[in-house]
Design a protein around this ligand. Structure first.
Ligand SMILES: [Zn+2]
Ligand SMILES: [Zn+2]
Length: 340
């Protein structure tokens, strides 16, 4: 296929453009939703609000409170004094890898990732709201409690192995993040009252994003706005690339079509001038057995093979391509016949 490269590039570009556009609208809708959400501190006002609402449910609300585990909290791996409710432990391998171009480049890959959670609530005095599914939050702010890098000391065998495989380990980075007990957090999501009369904050069913953040609402909005701007920029960039590739394809196609049209015009004008020249040199004084069986004007000029009939002038033979008009034998070949 002539345009395979361009089509593949355009396909990849459209996929990236589509993803960026989707993210852009996701951010845009999230900003509208967060702006529309009422802000409350955990307390009697929230409880009143839920009691007054239909189905004991508020679709989207922002609630601030202090993180409190509903049971035994998690303990940090690196610092036993620290406790929390959501823990993320990640080990990344730093490697120097040989790229296909032959250069060595620094790369990171996650080799191990663990999440731990315990049930927890946002609390204020004796009032509390339980938070469900914290890991499905779009933004989940946690404190980095440890971030260590342990370099690998390579042996001679490692060097040799690295040379052949093209991958050399530089070291391991372990990061631990913790949503700490006692942290002041704002949860933005759906608030419902369960049958057992407890208030629950969870990811909204309608797909609006769920946030658990230590930022204020205005900072959260600013962050979302920054994301929106980034995606808008990416959309513009990939859109422009797509248009550029499309333009190149269209230009090539147009050029090829114009060339084909010009070639066809040239062929036709040559054929017409040949026809005219033939007409000028033709005999007009012909016997019945010498004139073309189709137009009955021009002399017979063409022999049809394999039947061997000489019955057509050159002009008529251009339109007759399948069977001989005299005996219906399929035409395999035509040639000029010279009758002296
Ligand atoms: Zn004819
Ligand atoms: Zn024939």
């Amino acid at each position: 296929m002539d345009y395979l490269g361009e089509v593949i590039a355009l396909g990849i570009d459209s996929v990236i453009f589509g993803i960026c556009l989707k993210q852009y609208f996701h951010c845009k809708n999230a900003i509208t939703a967060v702006k529309g959400a009422e802000f409350h501190e955990v307390g009697p006002s929230v409880e009143d609000l839920v009691n007054k609402s239909t189905n004991s449910k508020i679709d989207y609300v922002a609630i601030r409170g202090i993180v409190k585990p509903l049971g035994k909290p998690l303990t940090s791996i690196s610092d036993k004094k620290l406790t929390g409710v959501v823990q993320k432990f990640k080990i990344k391998e730093h490697v120097v890898a040989r790229t296909t171009a032959g250069f060595w480049s620094d790369q990171k890959r996650t080799v191990h990732k663990v999440y731990n959670t315990v049930p927890f609530a946002l609390q204020q005095g004796r009032h509390s709201i339980e938070v469900l599914e914290p890991l499905s939050a779009d933004i989940l702010d946690m404190d980095v409690v440890s971030n260590t890098f342990k370099p690998t000391v390579p042996s001679f065998a490692d060097h040799l192995w690295g040379f052949f495989t093209g991958v050399r380990q530089r070291g391991l980075q372990s990061t631990e993040k913790l949503l700490r007990e006692g942290a002041i957090m704002t949860g933005v999501g759906e608030l419902t009252k369960t049958k057992s009369n407890t208030l629950v904050l969870q990811p909204p069913l309608n797909g609006t994003p769920f946030y658990l953040t230590s930022m204020s609402i205005s900072s959260l909005l600013r962050k979302l706005d920054d994301r929106k701007k980034t995606y808008r920029l990416l959309c513009l960039m990939f859109g422009a690339i797509g248009m550029l590739i499309g333009g190149i394809v269209f230009r090539r196609y147009w050029k090829e079509r114009t060339e084909q049209r010009l070639a066809e015009e040239l062929r036709q004008s040559l054929a017409a001038s040949r026809k005219e020249r033939r007409q000028r040199v033709r005999d007009t004084d012909l016997r019945e057995d010498q004139i073309c069986v189709v137009c009955r004007t021009n002399p017979r000029e063409i022999i049809l093979l394999p039947c061997g009939h000489v019955c057509l002038c050159e002009d008529c033979s251009e339109d007759i391509t399948t069977d001989c008009p005299m005996c219906r034998t399929p035409i395999a070949q035509k040639a000029a016949a010279y009758i002296i």
